[in-house]
Design a protein around this ligand. Sequence first.
Ligand SMILES: O=P(O)(O)OC[C@H]1O[C@H](OP(=O)(O)OP(=O)(O)O)[C@H](O)[C@@H]1O
Ligand SMILES: NC(=O)CC[C@H](N)C(=O)O
Ligand SMILES: [Mg+2]
Length: 506
Amino acid sequence: MCGIVGIVGKSNVNQALYDALTVLQHRGQDAAGIVTCDRDRLFLRKENGLVRDVFHQRHMQRLVGTMGLGHVRYPTAGSSTSAEAQPFYVNSPYGITLAHNGNLTNVEQLSKELYEADLRHVNTNSDSEVLLNVFAHELARERKLRPTEEDIFKAVRGVHERCRGGYAALAMVTGYGLVGFRDPNGIRPIVYGKRETDEGTEYMVASESVALDALGFEVIRDLAPGEAVYITEDGRIFTRQCADNPKYAPCIFEHVYLARPDSIIDGILVYKARLRMGEKLAEKILRERPDHGIDVVIPIPDTSRTSAVELANRLGVKFREGFVKNRYIGRTFIMPGQAARKKSVRQKLNAIELEFRGKNVLLVDDSIVRGTTCRQIIQMAREAGAKNVYFCSAAPEVRYPNVYGIDMPSAHELIAHNRTVDEVAELIGADWLIYQDLGDLVDAVREGNPAITQFDCSVFDGNYVTGDVNEFYLGQIERSRNDAARSMVNVDNEVMGLHNDGGEPK
Ligand SMILES: O=P(O)(O)OC[C@H]1O[C@H](OP(=O)(O)OP(=O)(O)O)[C@H](O)[C@@H]1O
Ligand SMILES: NC(=O)CC[C@H](N)C(=O)O
Ligand SMILES: [Mg+2]
C-alpha cells in the first residue's frame, strides 16, 4: 500500500502536496515523489527516503504549478531502486504522469502487449509504469489534440478491460487535468474532496481521508469501485462509472493495519472498526479462557492500541502502556528485508519493567504476519519479569500471500502458514495465543457500513476477489519476491538519466 495524492488548486500546490504526503507517510517509507504542472511544463522530484528527506527547499522552490500529484512508496513489484519511485512519466500523448497504489497481477501479459501490439517501451520492472503505459495508450487511441472528459473516461474503461489486480491511481494529463480511478473491485481506497478559497474551489484526491482533513479539504466521497473522477486544470469536475460489472470488495487489511485510525474508508471509521475488533476478541477470550487470570493488557504500539483499549475494557482488566515506542523509527512491517525489520523492533520498542514484573500479561497486536514483532516482544516481556505472557491478535491467522498491494508475496515467510495456532504459540514463545475469528473481523468492519457485503480477505482465507489468481502466479511471485531472492538483487541507487536496477532484462 502506497499513498497517493493529487491536487488541482488555484495557487502553487507544492506545499499542500508535501504536507499531504507527510500525513500519508505510514503507507510507504521507501521513496517519495511529487510532480507539478505549470501550463505545459512538468516539474518532478522523486527519490528514495522519507518525505522530509526527499524534498529540500531547493526542490520545493522548483516544484511550481497549480496542479500536481504525489506518492509515497512501499514496493510490491520490481525493486526498491529510485528508478521505480513514483510518479512515473510518459511523454505521449500529452505528457502523462501517474501515481499508483496497488499491484497488477497480469503484468507479464500487459508488458508483452505493450511491446508487441502498442509499440511502447517500459524501462523498469514496476507494474505502475505498465499501468501508466496502458492508460496512455488507451488515451492515445482517441487521437485528439485536446482530450475531453469523455476521452479520459474511455481510456479508464480501457484500463479496466486490460488490467487485473488492485489499483487506486492518479494520472495527470499535462495541461488538461487530473484523473483518479479505482479498480472494479474497489480493493484499494481512494477518496476526493474540495476546499473553498478566495480564488475558487480546489480539489484533492487521496488514498485516505486524513490527508484531506489535515489540509482543510472537505470530503465529498470515496470513489466507487470502477469509478473515475476527472478534474480539469481550470476546476471543472466530472465523475463516471467506467467498469461493466463493478463489485465492492475492499481490502480488509486497511482496517486491520494499513490505514490510519482517524481515516474514514468507504464510509467506515477505521478507529471504530478497530474498537469493535477489540470487543469481539475480548468475547472470544472470555469464551475460550474464562479463568484467564490476566492482570494487565498491554498493546504493542502503535497500531494495536485502539483495539487493545476496548479489549481491556471488555475484559474488565487494567490497560497499561508497557512498551514505549521510539517515535523516530517508522513502521517495521513495511521495511524491505527481514534483517532491517528484525533490528528495528528492539530499537523501536522498550519495556517498562514495572508493568511486567510478576504479572500475567496479555499482549495485544493488530496482526501477526511474519512473527518478527511478537517473538521479540514476548522475549522482552519475559526479560522484564512477566510471570506468564499471553498473546492475542485482533486479526485472524495470516496464511496466504497478498497480491493487491501489500508486500506479503511469500506464503512460506508467514508464520501461520501451514501451522496450527498451538504451533505458532510455541514458536513465538507465548503461554497461550488467541487469534480473532474471520467472521468477527468482517462483522467488526462491516458494522461501519453494512451496505458493503464483501471484503477482500485473501491473506486470511486464500480467496482472491478478482477470481483470476492461480497457483502459477503465486508460485512466480513466491520465487521472485521472497526475502532471500530480493536480498540477492544488488541495487545501485545512483540516479542516471535513464536507468534500471540491473535486474534480468525482459
Ligand atoms: O508479524 P510481523 O511480521 O512482525 O508483522 C506484524 C507487526 O507489524 C506491524 O507493526 P509496525 O511496526 O509495522 O507498525 P505500527 O507501529 O503501526 O504497529 C503490525 O502492527 C504488527 O505489529
Ligand atoms: N504498495 C504499493 O501500492 C506499490 C505500488 C507499486 N506496485 C510499486 O511497487 O511501486
Ligand atoms: Mg505493530
